[in-house]
Write a protein that binds this ligand. Structure first.
Ligand SMILES: Nc1ncnc2c1ncn2[C@@H]1O[C@H](COP(=O)(O)OP(=O)(O)OP(=O)(O)O)[C@@H](O)[C@H]1O
Ligand SMILES: [Mg+2]
Length: 231
């Protein structure tokens, strides 16, 4: 007798991730991302924000969602955007944009490839993506390398804005390492999930390395239907 096969759900990372800001440009959610974009522009008093890091205290708070949707609204605004998936622990940007991840950041940092040879065009106008590439055994070492600095230097000369997705601050040192090399850092918190103490610790850890914290994005805030549909 034939065994019934049940189709297994793909792991969370491989499930289709939606770029809300692209699907519906006029939705209140896309509008929220545009507000964040504007706030970032205005937060640069002395220095233009050319390189922007997105992080959070813990896992699953919405870093990757925020980073990709910000990339979309910035691209829609006519800025040339490079999104770098520098979360070498749990890369997801290639799933979000439906692209291959055979080569990426890892290959550039280990000097096997040049940025221009591995960067990919996305379906979104003005938005290019440097995926993570093969997961390396030593992410922190690669991210703190001179090569990473050179990459950021090159990218900020070629793009209007470079956005870095990173792992959580409270888990590994990667975001801390990178926040010291970029113009600005934003912390994503998840409504009702991130506790205040964790946010404070995250802020402290980032300030210790002289990160320029631009602000906090509150993600997953429950919306009341009435305000949600109110324009
Ligand atoms: N505002 C939101 N509304 C609905 N779903 C969301 C929202 N933000 C994030 N998600 C979903 O929650 C999950 C985690 O989000 P995301 O991958 O952006 O978090 P992350 O901080 O990057 O996680 P990780 O620490 O694993 O890298 C994803 O499946 C994402 O689609
Ligand atoms: Mg992520």
């Amino acid at each position: 007798m034939a065994r019934a096969t049940t189709k297994r759900k793909p792991p969370v990372n491989q499930q289709k991730r939606q770029l809300i800001a692209d699907v519906n440009k006029h939705s209140p959610i896309a509008e929220q991302y545009r507000t964040i974009r504007t706030n970032i522009e205005y937060s640069a008093i002395d220095k233009e924000i050319n390189t922007l890091l997105v992080t959070s205290a813990g896992p699953g708070e919405g870093k990757s969602t925020t980073a990709s949707n910000l990339a979309v609204v910035m691209g829609q605004n006519g800025q040339r955007v490079l999104l770098i998936d520098s979360d070498m622990r749990k890369p997801t940007a290639h799933y979000t944009f439906g692209m291959m991840n055979t080569r990426g950041l890892t290959n550039v940092l280990s000097r096997q490839q040049k940025l221009e040879d591995v960067v990919q065009n996305t379906s979104i106008e003005n938005v290019e993506l440097l995926t993570c590439g093969p997961i390396p055994p030593n992410p922190a070492e690669l991210l703190s390398s001179k090569m990473m600095e050179m990459l950021l230097h090159q990218a900020s000369a070629e793009y209007d804005i470079v956005i870095l997705d990173t792992p959580p601050v409270m888990a590994v040192a990667d975001a801390q390492i990178l926040s010291n090399k970029v113009d600005g850092t934003i912390i994503v918190t998840s409504s009702g999930k991130t506790d205040r103490e964790q946010i404070e610790k995250t802020k402290e850890n980032l300030l210790k390395v002289n990160a320029n914290i631009l602000g906090v994005v509150l993600n997953n805030k429950p919306v009341d239907e009435k305000t949600y549909y109110y324009y």
